[in-house]
Write a protein that binds this ligand. Structure first.
Ligand code: SF4
Length: 103
């Protein structure tokens, strides 16, 4: 109980500061295209269900940017910046091989 409360607080602080930071850059950041070199290298797809599962065996259904640690928006945002893409916006329903499940 104690530990989950602590991690909830830590997560809340993290989300609040991420939101404060991303608000300014948010509207102007370009969207990452699947054809970008970074996208190609990381296997980024705008639609997580289109991930090449043969190539990226780590992909599991249900994983997408909106529940990845690196997604700098709310889980409900359609697009938000991702540091893996130098701050370009990625799709909430997207995925790349740097995916890391949000705790
Ligand atoms: Fe999406 Fe996470 Fe990959 Fe960024 S690191 S593109 S948020 S899966």
């Amino acid at each position: 109980m104690k530990s989950s409360r602590r991690s909830f607080l830590i997560t809340s602080i993290g989300v609040a500061s991420t939101l404060a930071l991303s608000r300014q850059a948010f509207a102007d950041a370009p969207k990452a295209a699947e054809s970008d070199p970074t996208s190609q290298a990381l296997g980024y797809k705008l639609d997580a269900t289109k991930v090449d599962k043969a190539k990226f065996a780590k992909y599991a259904a249900g994983q997408d940017c909106s529940n990845c640690t690196f997604y700098q928006g709310k889980a409900t945002d359609a697009f938000a910046p991702c540091p893996m893409f130098a701050g370009k916006q990625v799709a909430g329903k997207g995925w790349c091989s740097a995916y890391n499940k949000k705790a």
